[in-house]
Ligand binder design. Structure first.
Ligand code: HEC
Length: 208
């Protein structure tokens, strides 16, 4: 697993990012006065096949890694390389990965999806402070609203990434990359490894 995901994030207190997220997530929390309530069980006709951990391992983690690495500075003995997408093909690939990430966030919201399918465990199963897949399932069941607000925040970070890709802005990709990192970290501190402390970042909706 990428060690970045288990570090307390250094940008956690960046105000601008917090504001951007608040603006994004409040869209999802549209007040009943201004819009009709979402239909209950809107994902009812969907049938989850993979576990949450599979969506993480096969869609969300590789897509996020691609986006983080797309705009990055790598220093080796030979010197420093500034990575950023340049050609049409490279920008197209960034777009593809942003769409995978964003739509995978929607898949996290499908009713009845478990953290792991029966008999499966996480790769780091048994580490002190980590929840087992069953415990994580239980934690999500008990606080579905918080889980969903993190999934919404992930989706919104993905939408921002997509916009950054469409406007071919490495600067914005870097900025939203930090937001993305906070969202991953926040949800994991709540539903995966709560033994490592309280989330530094909690989506606005979850605080209500
Ligand atoms: C809505 C909550 C949520 C968000 C947001 C989230 N995750 Fe996860 N993630 C989970 C849960 C729940 C697990 C499984 C925890 C368990 O079983 O104890 C998990 C597990 C993982 C795993 C381990 C998979 C395995 O096979 O062992 C990886 C890697 C991962 N997430 C990466 C990411 C990355 C990268 C992001 C952000 C781009 C992210 N996650 C965002 C909830 C989330």
């Amino acid at each position: 697993m990428n060690p970045r995901h288990i570090l307390i994030h250094k940008f956690a207190t960046t105000l601008a990012i917090a504001c951007a997220l608040t603006a994004c997530s409040s869209k999802d929390a549209a007040s009943p006065a201004t819009s009709p309530p979402a239909p209950a069980a809107s994902t009812q006709s969907m049938k989850p096949v993979a576990g949450i951990k599979d969506l993480m391992a096969y869609m969300i983690d590789p897509a996020a890694d691609f986006l983080w690495e797309s705009v990055s500075t790598v220093t080796t003995e030979k010197g420093t390389v500034e990575n950023q997408p340049r050609t049409d093909a490279e920008w197209k690939e960034v777009r593809r990965q942003a769409i995978v990430l964003t739509e995978a966030a929607n898949l996290l919201l499908v009713d009845g999806r478990h953290v792991a399918n029966e008999g499966e465990q996480l790769e780091d199963h048994g580490l002190p402070g980590n929840l087992t897949a069953e415990q994580a399932d239980q934690a999500i069941k008990e606080d579905r609203a918080t889980y969903e607000s993190f999934a919404h925040a992930l989706r919104e970070a993905g939408v921002s990434m997509l916009k950054a890709a469409d406007s071919r802005s490495p600067e914005r990709m870097l900025e939203y990359g930090d937001t993305l990192d906070q969202v991953c970290e926040g949800c994991h501190l709540k539903f995966w490894y709560p033994g490592q402390g309280a989330p530094a970042y909690v989506p606005d909706q979850a605080k209500q």
